[in-house]
Design a protein around this ligand. Structure first.
Ligand SMILES: NC(=O)c1ccc[n+]([C@@H]2O[C@H](COP(=O)([O-])OP(=O)(O)OC[C@H]3O[C@@H](n4cnc5c(N)ncnc54)[C@H](OP(=O)(O)O)[C@@H]3O)[C@@H](O)[C@H]2O)c1
Length: 240
C-alpha cells in the first residue's frame, strides 16, 4: 500500500480522490482549509486519511506541513496537486495585484510542494497536477489569472517530467466542467450550472468521482508508461 498527498481534499474532485485512494487501502495525507470537512473526511476514510489544515496561499504553512510530517511520513509515492481557485472574474485589462493569490494557490503552491516533496519520493512516484480545459484549450475572457496559472501548471508538469527521465512521473489532467462548489460559484449557483450543462455534449457535467478514477489510474503503476502528458477529461465537452 502507498502513501499519497492530496491537496484540496476537503471538497469536490480532491475529496472524491482521497476517498477512492482510501478505499483502495492507501494512506492519504489530505490538505485543505475547512477543518469541519477535514474531520468528516478523516471519519469517512476509515483510518486511511489524515487531515492537515494548510492554507496554500501562505508558503510558510506549506513549509510547516512538510517539516511536521517528515518523521511520520518520510516517503511519498505520489501527489495530487488539486486545490485551486478562480479568483474574481474580471476583464483582462482590469486584472489587479489581488489576483496574485490565484497564481499562488494554483501554480506556486504545487511548485513549492513538489520542491519540498521531491526528496521523499519513492522510486516510480507519480505526480498528477490538476489543470483545466481553461488555460489549455479554452480561454474565457474573464478568467485570465486562472487560465494563465493553469497553463503554467502544464509547463511545470512537462518540465519536471523531462528533468527526472521517468524516475518519477509527472502528468496533468484538464477536466471539463465538474459538478462541484467551484463550478457552481463560477456559474452563479448550482441551478444555473445545471442549466448551462444541458448544452454539454452529453447533457451533464462530470461527477467528481469520474475525475477521481482517472487520477487514481495515473497515480498507480498501471499508468507506468504515461509521463509528461496532458490528459483532457471532459466527456467530449470541447468537441462542440
Ligand atoms: N469543477 C470544475 O468544473 C473544474 C474543471 C477543471 C478544473 N478544475 C480544478 O479542479 C480543482 C478542484 O476544484 P473542485 O472543482 O473540486 O472545487 P471545490 O469543490 O471547490 O474544491 C476546491 C478545493 O480547493 C481547496 N482550496 C482552495 N483554495 C485553497 C487554499 N488557499 N488553501 C488550501 N486549499 C484551498 C478547497 O479547500 P477548502 O474548502 O478547505 O478551503 C477545496 O478543497 C481546482 O484546481 C480546479 O481548478 C475544476
Amino acid at each position: 500500500m502507498k502513501t499519497y498527498l492530496v491537496t484540496g481534499a476537503t471538497s469536490g474532485i480532491g475529496e472524491a480522490t482521497a476517498l477512492q485512494l482510501a478505499r483502495e487501502g492507501h494512506t492519504v495525507l489530505a490538505l485543505g482549509r475547512n477543518e469541519t470537512s477535514g474531520k468528516e473526511l478523516e471519519t469517512n476514510g476509515n483510518g486511511h486519511i489524515t487531515f492537515f489544515p494548510v492554507d496554500l496561499s501562505v508558503p510558510e504553512e506549506i513549509e510547516r506541513f512538510f517539516e511536521e510530517t517528515k518523521e511520520q511520513f518520510p516517503t511519498l509515492d505520489g501527489i495530487f496537486n488539486n486545490a485551486g481557485t478562480f479568483g474574481k472574474p474580471v476583464a483582462p485589462e482590469r486584472v489587479t495585484d489581488q489576483q496574485k493569490e490565484v497564481f499562488q494557490v494554483n501554480y506556486h503552491a504545487p511548485e513549492q510542494i513538489i520542491q519540498l516533496a521531491v526528496k521523499r519520493f519513492s522510486k516510480g512516484a507519480s505526480i498528477v497536477n490538476n489543470s483545466a480545459i481553461v488555460g489549455h484549450v479554452k480561454f474565457p475572457a474573464m478568467l485570465l489569472p486562472y487560465a494563465s496559472s493553469k497553463s503554467a501548471l502544464l509547463t511545470l508538469t512537462k518540465t519536471y517530467a523531462a528533468r527526472f527521465h521517468g524516475k518519477y512521473r509527472f502528468n496533468a489532467i484538464c477536466p471539463g466542467p465538474v459538478d462541484t462548489k467551484l463550478s457552481h460559484s463560477l456559474y452563479g449557483g448550482k441551478d444555473k450550472f445545471d442549466l448551462a450543462m444541458k448544452h454539454h455534449l452529453r447533457g451533464q457535467a462530470a461527477q467528481p468521482s469520474e475525475i477521481a478514477e482517472v487520477v487514481c489510474f495515473l497515480l498507480s503503476e498501471k499508468a507506468s508508461y504515461i509521463n509528461g502528458q496532458t490528459l483532457i477529461v471532459d466527456g467530449g465537452y470541447t468537441l462542440t
